[in-house]
Design a protein around this ligand. Structure first.
Ligand SMILES: *[C@@H]1O[C@H](CO)[C@@H](O)[C@H](O)[C@H]1NC(C)=O
Ligand SMILES: *[C@@H]1O[C@H](CO)[C@@H](O)[C@H](O)[C@H]1NC(C)=O
Ligand SMILES: *[C@@H]1O[C@H](CO)[C@@H](O)[C@H](O)[C@H]1NC(C)=O
Ligand SMILES: *[C@@H]1O[C@H](CO)[C@@H](O)[C@H](O)[C@H]1NC(C)=O
Ligand SMILES: *[C@@H]1O[C@H](CO)[C@@H](O)[C@H](O)[C@H]1NC(C)=O
Ligand SMILES: *[C@@H]1O[C@H](CO)[C@@H](O)[C@H](O)[C@H]1NC(C)=O
Ligand SMILES: *[C@@H]1O[C@H](CO)[C@@H](O)[C@H](O)[C@H]1NC(C)=O
Ligand SMILES: *[C@@H]1O[C@H](CO)[C@@H](O)[C@H](O)[C@H]1NC(C)=O
Ligand SMILES: *[C@@H]1O[C@H](CO)[C@@H](O)[C@H](O)[C@H]1NC(C)=O
Ligand SMILES: *[C@@H]1O[C@H](CO)[C@@H](O)[C@H](O)[C@H]1NC(C)=O
Length: 688
C-alpha cells in the first residue's frame, strides 16, 4: 500500500523530473523583456541571431538567452539523444567551461520589486560536449544558494524550481562551478505569481520544489500552461494497484482568495483507495545537503469532491503526518471547489515523512486525493551589496564594457566578489564597495560620474588605461577616498580645485603622471603638494626657478619691445588695448561677434593650441594686433568663470608668444597662473 512518491513518479513517468526551489535577490543590466503574460522563456544556447520561436504545445514564445548573460558557449545536444517529440528548447545548451569564471549569472529584468516569482531552470545533458560525463554544480538565486544540480545521466532531463520573493527589479540565476564538471543549462523560465499565492514564501524564505503531483491521470501528460495560468508543471502520478481513479468533466472552481490556485484540469482527477476502509498513504525522504543539513518541508494537499454525494453519504478523513494528527478534526472536501490542507511552518528533524489520509468513523466513503506539492524551505536571508553601490558599479561595468567576468552580486557571496573590487562586510550595514582597481583594464572614454556614486570608496586605481576628457571635481566629495590613481591615461584639462584642496590638506594621494594633455590649461596646474619632501622640492623648485628665469627674460624683452613699440606700429597698438596691474579679474569691454571673430582668425584657419575648453586659433585685429582666440566648445564641462579665467591667461600668453615666439601651449604650461602680478586684459571673446 505504501510507496515512495518519488520512486513511483520515476517508474511511470518516462522522464524523471526532479523538481526543486529556493529564494533570493540580485541586480544588474542587460536587455531582458518579459512577454505579455509577464513570462520569460529562454532557450539557452540558441544563437542570439536566431529568431525566437513559438513552442508547439504551450504556444509560449522562446527567445535566445544571449541578451541575458555575457558568458558561455552554445552547443547542440548530441544527435543520438534528440527525439522527434522532444521540445525544441532541449536541443541546445549554453555551457560555462574554459574562459567562463566559477560563477556565471543570468540577469532576468523588468520585474516588480517585492513580488513573488516562480523560477525554473532546466537541464538535459545529452552528451553535448562529447565527454559523456554528466556534471554536478550549484545554482544560486541572487546571493542565495538554491540547489545542487546533480545530472545523473545523459538522457534524463532535470528541472529545478523555486518560488521566491524578488527584492529588486531584476533577479540573477547563477551557475557555480564546484569542481565536478562544467556547468551548463538548457532553458530558464520565470513566471510571476500573485503575492497572495504560496503565503509560506516570503522575503526571508523561498520554496524549493521537491514534487508536484497530479493524481488520477494516467496518460503521462504534464499539465502546465495554458491549463495552469501560472505554468506550474503538474506531473501525472502513476496509478497504484491499491488506488482507483475518480474524475469529473465539470469545472472545479478555486475558492475566493485561494492560496494556491490549483487549476481545474488538475483538480478534475483524483485517486481513492480500492478498499474503502484503507487509508491513502505516501512518504518522502529528507534530502539533507551540506548547505541545508536539516531541511524543513512544507506539504500542500489539494482536495475537491468530484462526485455529487447522495444524502447520508459522508466523505470525511483525518490527515496525519508521521502519525500525528495534522488537522484536529476530520476533513470533508467541497464538491467542485478546491481546498488545500497544508503546513504553514516547515516540518523537520526526520529522515522520512509519512502522510496518511484515514477515513473517520462517521465517514461512509474513503479518502480522496487530487494533487499534492512538497517543498523544502530555503532561507533567502543573504544580504546583497548596498543598492546604490550596485547601481553605480553596474553603470561602470556597462560604460566601459568591463571584461572581468563581473556577474552576480558585486560583493556577495564573499568568495565570488568581483575581481578588482574591495568590499567591506560590516555587521550593521549591507556589504559595500570600498575599493576599485581597474588598472590596465583597457578602459577608454571619459571618467564616468558613476565612480562618484561609490560613496564608500577608499581607493580608486584607474591607471594604465586610455581614459580621456577632464577630471570631474565630484571625486573630491568622496570623503573616504585616500588614493586616486589616474596615472598613464589620456586625460586633459586641469586638476579640479576640490581635488587640489584634498591633496593639499593631506587627505588624498592623487597620482596623475603621464597624462600628456593634463594641466595644459586652467588654474590648478601645480603638482599636489602633500609633503615638502625631496621630490616635492624637485617638482616645485625647478619649475619656479624656470618660471622666474623666463619671467625675467620676458620682462626684459617686453620692456625692450615696448620701447621699440613706441616708434613702431604693431606693438604700440598692442599695449594700448591692455590694462595694467590688477589682481582681480577685470575684463575689457570690447566684444566681438562671431562673424568678426571669423574675420579676425581668417575663418579659424590656424590652430595654435588646444586646451581643456577647445581649440585656440591665431588671429589679427584690424589694427594688426596679434591675438589668440580660444573657443569654448559646447561639450566643455568647465564653467564660464573658469573659461574667463583662462582667457585672461591666454591673453598674456598670446602676447608673450608674439614677443618670445613661444607656442601658446608651452606658455600655458610654463606659466600658468603664476603670472598674476602681471595680469593684463585685452579682449573678451564671446560666442553665440
Ligand atoms: C546546432 O544545430 C543547428 C542545426 O540543427 C546548426 O544550425 C547549428 O550551427 C548547430 N550549432 C552548433 C553550435 O553546433
Ligand atoms: C549525485 O547523484 C549521485 C547518484 O544519484 C550520487 O551518488 C552522488 O553522490 C551525487 N553527487 C552529489 C555531489 O550530490
Ligand atoms: C516568513 O515566514 C516565516 C515562517 O512563517 C517567518 O518565520 C518569517 O518571519 C517570515 N518572514 C517575513 C519577512 O515575513
Ligand atoms: C480492506 O482493508 C481493511 C483494513 O485495512 C482490511 O481489514 C480488509 O481485509 C481489506 N479488504 C480487502 C478486500 O482487502
Ligand atoms: C514511515 O513509514 C515507514 C513504512 O511504513 C516506516 O518504516 C517509518 O518508520 C515511518 N516513518 C515515520 C517517521 O513515521
Ligand atoms: C491512519 O492510517 C495509518 C496507516 O494505516 C495509521 O498508521 C494511523 O494510525 C491511522 N491514523 C488514524 C488517526 O487513524
Ligand atoms: C460523527 O457523528 C456523530 C453524530 O452525528 C457526531 O457527534 C460526531 O462528532 C461525528 N464525529 C466526527 C469525527 O465528525
Ligand atoms: C591594482 O592592481 C595592480 C595590478 O593589477 C597593482 O599593481 C596595483 O597596486 C593595484 N592598485 C591598488 C591601489 O591596489
Ligand atoms: C590605448 O588604445 C590603443 C589604441 O586603441 C591601444 O593600442 C593601447 O593598447 C591602449 N592602451 C591601454 C593602456 O589600454
Ligand atoms: C562623458 O561622456 C558622455 C557621453 O559622451 C557624456 O554624456 C558625459 O556627460 C561625460 N561625462 C563627463 C563627466 O564628462
Amino acid at each position: 500500500m505504501e510507496g515512495q512518491l518519488r520512486r513511483a513518479m520515476a517508474a511511470r513517468w518516462p522522464l524523471l523530473l526532479l523538481l526543486g526551489i529556493a529564494g533570493g535577490g540580485g541586480v544588474l543590466q542587460v536587455h531582458g523583456q518579459v512577454d505579455n503574460l509577464g513570462f520569460i522563456n529562454l532557450d539557452c544556447g540558441l544563437p542570439e541571431s536566431a529568431a525566437g520561436y513559438v513552442d508547439g504545445v504551450t504556444k509560449l514564445r522562446f527567445t535566445s538567452d544571449g541578451g541575458f548573460i555575457d558568458a558561455g558557449t552554445n552547443y547542440n545536444m548530441s544527435s543520438e539523444y534528440i527525439t522527434p517529440t522532444m521540445g525544441r528548447s532541449w536541443h541546445n545548451v549554453r555551457s560555462f567551461g574554459g574562459g567562463a569564471g566559477t560563477r556565471s549569472c543570468y540577469t532576468l529584468q523588468s520585474l516588480v520589486a517585492g513580488l513573488k516569482y516562480l523560477i525554473r531552470a532546466k537541464f538535459w545533458y545529452g552528451n553535448y560536449d562529447g565527454l559523456d560525463r554528466a556534471p554536478v554544480f550549484d545554482l544560486h538565486v541572487g546571493v542565495n544558494y538554491w540547489t545542487t544540480v546533480n545530472i545523473s545521466n545523459a538522457n534524463t532531463p532535470v528541472i529545478y524550481e523555486i518560488i521566491a520573493v524578488v527584492p529588486g527589479e531584476s533577479v540573477q540565476v547563477c551557475l557555480v562551478n564546484t569542481g565536478s564538471g562544467t556547468p551548463f543549462i538548457s532553458a530558464l523560465d520565470l513566471r510571476p505569481l500573485k503575492n497572495g499565492l504560496y503565503p509560506m514564501a516570503n522575503a526571508t524564505q523561498g520554496l524549493v520544489l521537491l514534487s508536484r503531483a497530479n493524481f488520477g491521470r494516467d496518460d503521462g501528460v504534464v499539465l502546465r500552461y495554458p491549463d495552469d495560468p501560472h505554468d506550474r508543471f503538474w506531473i501525472p502520478m502513476s496509478k497504484r494497484a491499491e488506488w482507483t481513479e475518480v474524475s469529473t468533466a465539470k469545472k472545479v472552481q478555486n475558492i475566493d482568495d485561494d492560496s494556491f490556485d490549483a487549476p481545474s484540469a488538475v483538480m478534475q482527477t483524483a485517486i481513492t483507495p480500492v478498499n474503502s476502509s484503507s487509508p491513502v498513504v505516501f512518504s518522502w525522504d529528507a534530502e539533507p545537503s551540506a548547505n541545508n543539513p536539516d531541511p524543513g518541508y512544507i506539504c500542500i494537499l489539494h482536495f475537491s469532491e468530484l462526485q455529487p454525494l447522495p444524502v447520508n453519504a459522508v466523505r470525511q478523513f483525518y490527515v496525519t503526518l508521521n502519525g500525528q494528527l495534522w488537522l484536529g478534526k476530520g476533513f470533508t472536501p467541497q464538491y467542485l471547489y478546491t481546498n488545500a490542507v497544508f503546513s504553514s511552518f516547515p516540518n523537520n528533524g526526520h529522515h522520512q515523512y509519512n502522510v496518511s489520509l484515514n477515513a473517520t468513523a462517521n465517514s461512509t466513503l474513503p479518502p480522496i486525493l487530487n494533487a499534492l506539492e512538497i517543498f523544502s524551505v530555503l532561507p533567502t536571508t543573504g544580504i546583497t551589496t548596498a543598492t546604490q553601490d550596485v547601481s553605480a558599479i553596474a553603470a561602470i561595468r556597462g560604460k566601459y564594457q568591463v571584461k572581468k567576468n563581473w556577474m552576480g552580486d558585486p560583493c556577495v557571496p564573499k568568495n565570488f566578489a568581483w575581481k578588482g573590487l574591495g568590499c567591506s562586510y560590516a555587521v550593521s550595514s549591507p556589504p559595500s564597495v570600498t575599493g576599485l582597481n581597474l588598472s590596465s583594464s583597457g578602459l577608454s572614454g571619459n571618467l564616468s560620474s558613476s565612480f562618484a556614486g561609490l560613496k564608500g570608496l577608499q581607493y580608486l586605481d584607474l591607471s594604465r588605461n586610455n581614459l580621456t576628457g577632464s577630471i570631474p571635481d565630484t571625486f573630491s566629495q568622496l570623503s573616504s577616498l585616500t588614493l586616486l590613481d589616474l596615472t598613464d591615461n589620456l586625460l586633459s584639462g586641469s586638476i579640479p580645485p576640490g581635488l587640489v584642496k584634498r591633496t593639499q590638506d593631506g587627505s588624498l594621494t592623487l597620482r596623475y603622471g603621464n597624462n600628456p594633455n593634463l594641466c595644459s590649461s586652467g588654474n590648478y596646474c601645480q603638482p599636489p603638494q602633500k609633503k615638502r619632501g625631496s621630490m616635492v622640492a624637485v617638482y616645485v623648485v625647478v619649475p619656479i626657478v624656470a618660471v622666474l628665469v623666463i619671467l625675467l627674460l620676458s620682462v626684459l624683452i617686453c620692456m625692450r619691445r615696448r620701447r621699440q613699440g613706441r616708434t613702431s606700429g604693431n606693438i604700440k597698438q598692442l599695449d594700448e588695448v591692455s590694462i595694467m596691474g590688477h589682481n582681480s579679474l577685470r575684463l575689457d569691454n570690447r566684444r566681438f561677434t562671431y562673424s568678426e571673430l571669423e574675420a579676425i582668425t581668417n575663418g579659424f584657419e590656424r590652430v595654435i593650441g588646444k586646451g581643456g575648453f577647445g581649440k585656440v586659433y591665431h588671429g589679427s585685429l584690424e589694427n594688426g594686433t596679434q591675438v589668440a582666440v580660444k573657443l569654448r566648445s559646447e561639450s566643455s564641462d568647465q564653467g564660464e568663470q573658469e573659461f574667463l579665467a583662462e582667457v585672461r591667461i591666454n591673453v598674456i600668453c598670446s602676447r608673450l608668444s608674439i614677443l618670445m615666439r613661444f607656442s601658446l601651449v608651452m606658455c600655458m604650461d610654463l606659466f600658468g597662473f603664476r603670472l598674476r602680478p602681471w595680469q593684463k586684459f585685452t579682449t573678451r571673446i564671446l560666442f553665440p
